[in-house]
Design a binder for this molecule. Structure first.
Ligand SMILES: Nc1ncnc2c1ncn2[C@@H]1O[C@H](COP(=O)(O)OP(=O)(O)OP(=O)(O)O)[C@@H](O)[C@H]1O
Length: 338
């Protein structure tokens, strides 16, 4: 009987430079006497320089996974590495290469904004001569230069969040973990944080973010992993996940003046059209047709509109329905509230 061999070296055998930015393998976390594990055999790897989104409903195990990776939570079993460093056997080494922006603000209220940054740098062994300069640079980058001497209690939620991101960057981490970075932010602050994330990734920092915001994930993440009940359900680029979704793009048409059966028949024969449904209510004065498309709704739209015009009908409303990452999320994790 042959023994099974693996050709791929494990992260702990790789030199730190060649290892993935983050790897979890068969990770399990069981809290206390809980019968169901919060993380249940999770495996995934994040490439260097990637923005990786970890998505999942409430209680899916995202924060726990990030907690293990950032050395705040002790794993039950499995492997978790950051930049090739095993976080369980070398937590100090791991903390030197990672930055954390936690879900709940945890600024030191006995220090002002700049003091929080400088103290964090000192904790991480950044030379004294560099701390002040770095703090000023990051306050500037995060739009907080005016708030250097402000106590965290007097910052708005969005300003505090930006300060926490600055703090996470003070020791020049290779991997930055952002747990729901834009929850509670106004649209400007959210955009600002998004721009900083994109900038960080461009400068070579790997970013792992958890979010409930599907638009944020689709916009920022190179790849996303969808987890539920502590298990990985899917992992791919947002566009590949959407493309693999069973379901289709749709064109909803509201029209008047057509023989619906004839029109539906003609539409059904068009290339790119996979289905035609009559959704008109019995008492409706206009006809509502839903046209299912093989590819993108935008590509099927011109021939559909031409066929409607040929049938002598008038279109009063058109709506394109493209599947989104949110549809993928709901498809995989269901509609039930946790
Ligand atoms: N300190 C803890 N002690 C016991 N159980 C915990 C603890 N922290 C989390 N859990 C449980 O572990 C499971 C996963 O929680 P976790 O916070 O990792 O989920 P999440 O995906 O981050 O959720 P959310 O999106 O709501 O932040 C949940 O069932 C939660 O109740």
């Amino acid at each position: 009987m042959s023994t099974e061999t693996t050709t791929r070296p494990s992260a702990d055998e790789l030199t730190p430079d060649a290892a993935p930015a983050v790897e979890v393998r068969d990770l399990v976390k069981r809290y206390g006497r809980s019968t169901t594990p919060a993380v249940d055999g999770l495996s995934f790897a994040v490439r260097r320089g990637e923005v990786f989104g970890l998505l999942g409903p409430n209680g899916a195990g995202k924060t726990t996974t990030v907690g293990v990776l950032t050395t705040r939570v002790t794993k039950t079993s499995g492997l978790a590495t950051v930049a090739g460093i095993d976080v369980a056997t070398n937590p100090v080494g791991a903390r030197a290469v990672l930055g954390v922006v936690p879900q709940r603000p945890n600024l030191d209220r006995s220090l002002d904004a700049r003091g929080n940054l400088v103290w964090h740098a000192a904790y991480h062994g950044v030379p004294r001569a560099q701390r002040g300069r770095l703090a000023d640079e990051l306050l500037e980058r995060m739009g907080l230069a005016e708030k250097a001497k402000t106590n965290p209690d007097e910052l708005s939620g969005g300003q505090a969040q930006r300060l926490i991101i600055a703090r996470g960057l003070m020791h020049d981490p290779q991997v930055l973990f952002l747990d729901e970075p834009s929850t509670g932010l106004d649209p400007q602050a959210r955009l600002f944080v998004h721009d900083r994330v994109t900038e960080l990734a461009a400068s070579g920092v790997t970013v792992v973010l958890t979010t409930h915001d599907m638009d944020e994930a689709a916009k920022l993440a190179d790849r996303v992993g969808i987890v539920d009940h502590g298990k990985l359900l899917a992992l791919d680029t947002p566009s590949a996940l959407v493309a693999a979704l069973p379901g289709e793009a749709t064109i909803d048409l509201t029209i008047t003046g057509a023989d619906v059966d004839v029109l539906a028949g003609r539409l059904g024969e068009l290339r790119g059209v996979s289905s035609v449904e009559d959704l008109s209510g019995e008492a409706a004065s206009a006809t509502h047709l839903r046209v299912g498309c093989d590819g993108e709704a935008g590509a099927a739209l011109p021939p559909v509109l031409a066929a409607v015009a040929d049938a002598g009908a008038v279109v009063t409303q058109v709506e394109l329905g493209e599947p989104t990452l949110e549809d993928v999320f709901i498809d995989l994790t269901g509609r039930g509230l946790r």
